[in-house]
Design a protein around this ligand. Structure first.
Ligand code: ZN
Length: 392
C-alpha cells in the first residue's frame, strides 16, 4: 500500500492525553487518532493482527487461562488474580483462593441482644464492640430479577462479596430497595438472616465454620452476639461468594496471589496492538516485530536532482509485492529526514531507501528498524535479501 493512499498523519509531539508510551507512539505514528480511534493505517494493522490470530500473542509476555489471555499494564481495565508461582490466572471476581478457616472449634454460646447505636456498618460495629471484623457477619441484600425473590447474603465481616460469584449461584440481581428489605423482616444496617420471611438465604462457605458471630438483630440500633449457622438460621445455598484480594492463598499451589491490572486480549485486537506498542518501542517510535507489524517493509525514495528515484522505488515496490511481502511505499516528495523519522515512528521491521547516490551504483540502502547500521544492497538482490531477513 502507499503512504498517500493510507493518508498517514504522523505527529512530532506526544498527545496530551497519553496514558502510556505505547499509546503515545500509536498516535504519533498515525495508527490512532488522539481520540483513540483507529485510522486507515490502524485499521490495516488491526486486520493484519486478526489474520495472525493467536500468533500475535507470541510477541507479548502474557498471562492467562484456557478462556482468556491478559496483558498486564497499570492502565488496564480488567483486574486478575495471578499466582507468580504456578501461573494460576483468573478474573478477580471469579478467582478462587484458600479461605482462612479457623482450626479451633468454638462451641456455640447463647445469643445475646446488645445495643449498638449508630453501628450500621461493619467498620463501626467492630470498633464499637472492639472485636475483629471476622467475628461479625455481614449482610447484603438483593432482589432477583427473574422472580423478584428477596436474596439475603451472609458473608464474614472481613470478606468482600463477589457479585459475579453470587450471580453464578442465584441468577441476575439488583440491590434490594428499603421497602423490599423491610417487608422481608430486615432492617438496613442491622440485618441478619434470623427470622426472615420469603427470602432466599445464601451463605458464603466460611459461614458454617465461623461460630459466635455478631449479626444484626433486624431492629434499628441492635445487634445479636453469638449467632451460629445451623442453630439460629440456615441457608438454601452455601457456596464460595468471596472476591479474592492481594495476598490471598493460591487455590492451586498455596503461594500468595497478586492482583494485576490487565487488558483482555481476547477478540480485542485493539488491545493486542496496544500491548504490542507498549512492549515494542524505542525513543524514536514503534519497533513492531515481524510478523506483527502491519507491513514488513517501509520503502521510500529520496527525491533526486537528476534520477527519477520514485520510478525506481515503484518498480522495487512491485517486485516486493510479487514476492508476497507486505510493503508500505512512502510516495511523498518529502525530505529524507522527514521520511526517516516517519519510518522510525511507524516501525516496520525493514526499511529500504532509494536515493540518487546509491542508485547510480545500482544499489539501495537497507536498514533494520532495530539496528543502527545501513547496508547497501544491489537492486536485483533486494527482494532475496528482504526474504532472508524476514524468514531466518
Ligand atoms: Zn499458585
Amino acid at each position: 500500500m502507499k503512504y498517500r493512499d493510507l493518508q498517514i498523519q504522523t505527529h512530532r509531539e506526544a498527545p496530551n492525553n497519553a496514558r502510556t508510551e505505547g499509546f503515545s507512539f500509536l498516535v504519533r505514528a498515525g495508527y490512532l487518532t488522539r481520540e483513540n480511534v483507529p485510522t486507515k493505517l490502524g485499521e490495516h494493522a488491526l486486520d493484519h493482527l486478526r489474520a495472525l490470530a493467536d500468533g500475535s500473542f507470541l510477541f507479548l509476555s502474557t498471562i492467562g487461562n484456557e478462556k482468556e489471555t491478559y496483558f498486564a499494564i497499570p492502565s488496564g481495565n480488567v483486574e486478575v488474580a495471578y499466582c507468580p508461582s504456578c501461573k494460576y490466572t483468573e478474573r478477580i471476581e471469579y478467582a478462587r483462593f484458600v479461605k482462612p478457616i479457623s482450626a479451633e472449634h468454638v462451641p456455640p454460646l447463647p445469643i445475646e441482644r446488645i445495643s449498638t447505636p449508630d453501628c450500621n456498618t461493619i467498620e463501626f460495629l467492630a470498633n464499637f464492640l472492639n472485636i475483629p471484623k471476622e467475628k461479625t457477619a455481614k449482610a447484603l441484600m438483593y432482589t432477583r430479577l427473574s422472580d423478584s425473590k428477596f436474596v439475603f447474603v451472609v458473608v464474614r465481616g472481613d470478606m468482600q462479596l463477589s457479585e459475579r460469584k453470587l450471580i453464578a449461584q442465584v441468577g441476575d440481581i439488583r440491590p434490594a430497595t428499603t421497602e423490599e428489605i423491610v417487608s422481608a423482616g430486615a432492617i438496613p444496617g442491622y440485618a441478619s438472616a434470623i427470622g426472615l420471611k420469603d427470602s432466599l438465604i445464601v451463605a458464603d462457605d466460611l459461614i458454617p465454620g465461623s461460630s459466635n458471630l455478631v449479626a444484626g438483630a433486624n431492629e434499628s440500633g441492635w445487634h445479636l452476639r453469638n449467632t451460629n449457622y445451623g442453630r439460629d438460621y440456615s441457608a438454601e445455598i452455601v457456596a464460595d461468594l468471596i472476591q479474592a484480594k492481594e495476598g490471598d492463598t493460591c487455590i492451586e499451589c498455596g503461594n500468595l496471589l497478586s492482583v494485576l491490572s490487565t487488558l483482555s486480549l481476547n477478540n480485542d485486537f485493539e488491545n493486542v496492538l496496544f500491548a504490542l506498542a507498549e512492549t515494542h518501542h524505542d525513543e524514536k517510535g514503534l519497533t513492531l516485530p515481524n510478523p506483527t507489524a502491519p507491513f514488513d517493509v517501509y520503502l521510500m525514495h529520496i527525491p533526486g536532482k537528476e534520477l527519477d528515484t520514485y520510478a525506481k522505488a515503484d518498480e522495487i515496490y512491485n517486485s516486493i509485492l510479487d514476492a508476497d511481502i507486505s510493503v508500505l511505499l512512502d510516495d511523498r516528495d518529502e525530505r529524507a529526514g522527514v521520511k526517516f523519522n516517519d519510518a522510525d515512528l511507524v516501525g516496520c521491521p525493514v526499511r529500504v531507501t532509494v536515493g540518487e547516490k546509491s542508485l547510480i551504483e545500482g544499489m539501495v540502502e537497507l536498514k533494520l528498524r532495530k539496528v543502527k547500521e545501513i547496508q547497501l544492497v544491489s537492486i536485483d538482490e533486494t527482494v532475496e535479501k528482504i526474504k532472508s531477513i524476514l524468514k531466518p
